[in-house]
Write a protein that binds this ligand. Structure first.
Ligand code: NAD
Length: 474
């Protein structure tokens, strides 16, 4: 079907009103859940083909995480949809007011290739819960996952109201020529700018879920048990999700110089313990990204800073978990998002210097810190800016429906997950109801001093004064 036809069908479905009903929303969420349960093996196959992802990792980061979100949405969608009564000030008496969530219309979702199922379905859950018609454009760089979504969304869901379109930048650009009621974009800052520029033409609101360099501050931690656990979480947070090809993966670490050798030893030990088989870690998505990552290591001063790993297999698109100590700060590995299995460690004299280090760079999606120092924690929260701050673990924040997921500054804007996903795809319509019970004539001319005093007292919430003026005692 031509793009115009696709858009017309989506618009018609939305205008028919059926996507607004609770039963439609619930049925579509259940159908999504069916896809994840019944087609799990196909999802595993697609993720293996696209990224060499192990099925356990695929379940943890994509299938399981999405089922969890779906269950949460199914449990709460009725409550989210309900109008919320709100208080009104005395000046508006007799009035009642409520906030009524309303679907936006036909929305466009762009997703990235690194968590190709999860990052397509997670926003889709929000768009459906909020009662919209949706066009989903997954990334062409994860073709098996993209095909899986196209085939199964059309098979299981209302395929006149929810559609998937394949294709690369050319298709993306065509889509951006059209008017949408919202564009939800997950991807790079470079394409984010293209999306926002195109959206401006139609005054289309956008959400940009972008990437960046997420730092992990690693304080020395006093107990060896905690150190070990923290390092395991760092290894999980760096190489765990798609071998570092994740927006919330740890990009680099900040550590006191005297502690760096101990940290490197612990990291090496944990890497050996975790990745005992080659397929326990994903591969680089494609040749282009493999070249990009290899080139980061080619700079001689960067190569000289490698203390672990560094071997590359261009046939298998595999890069060994690689640790570097103090690569030059102006090298590309320290100025651009790495999005791969390379981990620079930057050494500092004092761990508190990490705050200035982070502040001097674009605002990241996440600041991680492994520490028990409450003063340092307070400083990090107060003095750095990021989408999220996470202490003593990495990635786990993605699973919390109760906190917003999104960036700030260079890492994007707008947020989702749980109720935030519902809100991001809804318009909060204000509804005000008055009755004809009475009228405060002091709000209308002809003006006199008493009316001014009445207005003054009611705007200042001085109801006693108001009563005195109103009853003529003053
Ligand atoms: P990308 O920006 O290259 O692509 C994202 C989407 O945009 C894809 O669907 C792609 O087909 C489309 N696209 C590409 N060029 C386009 C164009 N010219 N016009 C219109 N559409 C176009 O990003 P990617 O390589 O898929 O993902 C990697 C980036 O995404 C990293 O920067 C990463 O940090 C970020 N990311 C962010 C999050 C998050 O939740 N914040 C999650 C995953 C990835």
């Amino acid at each position: 079907m031509e793009l115009e036809g696709v858009l017309a069908e989506l618009r018609e479905s939305f205008e028919s009103g059926r996507t607004r009903s609770l039963s439609w929303r619930q049925s579509q969420l259940r159908a999504l859940s069916d896809i994840l349960h019944k087609e799990e093996e196909d999802i595993f196959r697609a993720l293996k083909a696209d990224l060499g992802k192990h099925k356990t990792e695929a379940y943890r980061d994509e299938v399981g995480a999405t089922i969890k979100s779906l269950n949460h949405a199914l449990e709460n969608v009725k409550r989210w949809m309900a109008p919320t009564k709100v208080g009104v000030p005395m000046v508006a008496f007799p009035t009642s007011a409520e906030v009524v969530p309303e679907p936006l219309g036909v929305v466009l979702i762009f997703s990235s290739w690194n968590i190709p199922i999860g990052l397509s379905l997670e926003p889709l859950i929000g768009a459906i819960s909020a009662g919209n018609a949706v066009l989903l454009k997954p990334s062409e760089l994860a073709p098996a996952s993209s095909n899986f979504l196209a085939n199964n969304v059309s098979k299981y869901l209302d395929n006149k109201a929810i559609k998937v379109i394949g294709g690369g930048p050319d298709v993306g650009e065509q889509l951006l020529e059209h008017k949408w009621d919202k564009i939800f974009f997950t991807g790079s800052p470079r394409v984010g700018r293209i999306v926002m520029t195109a959206a401006a033409k139609h005054l289309t609101p956008v959400v940009l879920e972008l990437g960046g360099k997420c730092p992990a501050i690693f304080d020395s931690l006093s107990s060896s048990r905690e150190r070990k656990m923290a390092v395991e979480r760092v290894v999980g947070g760096k190489w765990g999700p798609c071998c570092g090809q994740a927006c919330i993966a740890i990009d680099y670490m900040l550590v006191e110089d005297k502690f760096a050798p101990i940290l490197v030893d612990l990291l090496k030990e944990t890497i050996r313990k975790f990745f005992v088989k080659p397929d326990y870690i994903s591969r680089v998505v494609n040749k282009q990204n493999f070249e990009r990552l290899s080139n980061l290591l080619k700079d001689p001063s960067v190569a000289a800073s490698i203390v672990h790993g560094g071997s590359l297999d261009s046939e298998k698109l595999f890069i060994e978990p690689t640790i570097l100590i103090d690569p030059p700060l102006d090298a590309e590995i320290m100025t651009e998002e790495i999005f791969g299995p390379l981990l620079p460690i930057i050494t500092l004299k004092k761990i508190e210097e990490s705050i200035q280090f982070i502040r001097a760079r674009p605002k990241p999606l996440v600041v991680y810190a492994f520490t028990n120092d409450e003063k340092l924690k307070r400083q990090i929260i107060a003095e750095t800016s990021s989408g999220t701050v996470a202490f003593n673990d990495a990635i786990i924040q993605y699973l919390l429906e109760t906190i917003p997921f999104g960036g700030v500054g260079q890492s994007g804007f707008g947020h989702y997950h749980g109720k935030f996903s519902f809100d991001v795809f809804s318009h909060s319509k204000a509804v005000v109801r008055r009755t004809f019970l009475t009228e405060f004539s002091f709000r209308n001319p002809p003006w006199n001093e008493r009316k001014l005093q009445l207005l003054r007292s009611i705007y200042h919430f001085d109801y006693f004064q108001f009563l005195l003026y109103f009853l003529g005692f003053k």
